[in-house]
Design a protein around this ligand. Structure first.
Ligand code: NAD
Length: 358
């Protein structure tokens, strides 16, 4: 069956991977609804934007009437909701946008979708899916070294970002319980891979290293994150929206627990192999020498780790990349796609947007 899938936040890091996956590997029609904040980049969709199965709407999820118009025109059979403010450091410096987009925006989208869904014929209503994409950060910190987040771990968010995502998860579940909207929720660990905005740890380290700049590591670098290659996540999300059980939550993770310092050191080692620092200029020194420890982020969670056995057991999904293969691919991608990230660093990726100056 061919679906009409509306992807919110499809110009972002994970959303663009989902759109590329849907166009490249499925027969489905895809609409990308995105406000194009600083994090949205249509250049990440260049490989699929000419497809007759792809269309784009520049819309804010806080704008109910605009959402109504898109839903009436595109007539989705499923919504995959990824639009969000997503950067923890930004949420600490300025939480307002996170409350607005992640909470008020999700509420506005849920209401628009409910109006649209109420108008569908019974069969289409039953087949409809609202898939909310969330994070493992809603579960807070793990104390023990063996503990894992499961789908029933109580919520204990630490940052304004994770608190706003936790709030949106609760809204989505309440819209099912109260109004019967057929929802699915996924909570995923840290993603990495191609087209990642340079403010996030892995691309930030790669690009600073290439520029010979310091590689900042928060605190002593012992915080543990569970890393998932973004294309594995995109594949998991499409499995969930097509085959998941309504009302269920699925945790998605890569079984790749790494200390932040280990991540930075591994990137340095890959760069030493692929683009060694010039011997005459730097006596052949390693990129590791650029590592600099900086003051820790307030409220920084120590460890996240996901138990992904439910999605593996029930939907047969498994990550294809190990951290080693995925990180090598990622570093190679940044070496091969300098134009993409240079246009992000210079701000040129925003040229030509509605309401923006060149
Ligand atoms: P991102 O910041 O790269 O992209 C977010 C996208 O949403 C951007 O294209 C932006 O323009 C758009 N957007 C923001 N506000 C909007 C609004 N008001 N209306 C319409 N569009 C808007 O984020 P990402 O890393 O791709 O994350 C996508 C989703 O996955 C988020 O909901 C995030 O919480 C979740 N998630 C991310 C990770 C991760 O490691 N990056 C892990 C688990 C879950």
């Amino acid at each position: 069956m061919t679906h009409h899938i509306l992807v919110t936040g499809g110009a972002g890091f994970i959303g663009s991977a989902v759109v590329r996956h849907l166009i490249d590997h499925t027969p489905h029609e895809v609409a990308n609804l995105d406000k194009l904040t600083y994090a949205g980049n249509l250049e990440s969709l260049a490989s699929v934007s000419d497809s007759s199965r792809y269309r784009f709407y520049q819309v804010d999820i806080c704008d109910g009437p605009a959402l109504d118009a898109v839903l009436a025109e595109f007539k989705p059979t499923a919504v995959m909701h990824l639009a969000a403010e997503s950067h923890v450091d930004r949420s600490i410096d300025g939480p307002a946008d996170f409350i607005q987009t992640n909470i008020v925006g999700t509420y506005t989208l849920l209401e628009a979708v409910r109006r649209y869904w109420n108008g569908l014929a019974e069969e289409s209503k039953a087949a409809f899916r609202f898939h909310h994409i969330s994070t493992d950060e809603v579960y807070g910190d793990l104390e023990g070294t063996e503990d894992l987040f499961t789908e029933t771990t109580p919520y204990a968010p630490s940052s304004p970002y994770s608190a706003s995502k936790a709030s949106s998860d609760h809204l989505v579940r309440a819209w099912q319980r109260t109004y019967g909207l057929p929802v699915l929720v996924t909570n995923c660990s840290n993603n990495y891979g191609p087209y990642h905005f340079p403010e996030k740890l892995i691309p930030h380290v790669i690009l600073n290293a290439l520029a010979g700049k310091p590689l900042p590591v928060y605190g002593d670098g012992s915080q543990i994150r569970d890393w998932l290659y973004v294309e594995d996540h995109a594949r998991a999300l499409v499995e969930v929206v097509c085959k998941g059980q309504v009302g269920e939550t699925y945790n998605i993770g890569g079984h790749n627990e790494k200390r932040n310092l280990e991540v930075v050191e591994t990137i340095c080692d890959l760069l030493d192999e692929l683009v060694p620092r010039a011997a005459d200029r730097d006596q052949g020194c390693s990129y590791r020498e650029l590592i600099t420890f900086v003051k820790d982020r307030p409220g920084h969670d120590r460890r996240y780790a996901i138990d992904a056995s439910k999605i593996e057991r029930e939907l047969g999904w498994k990550p294809e990349e190990t951290f080693e293969t995925g990180l090598r691919k990622t570093v190679q991608w940044y070496l091969d796609n300098r134009d993409w990230w240079q246009r992000v660093l210079s701000g040129d990726y925003r040229l030509g947007r509605l309401g923006e100056q060149a």
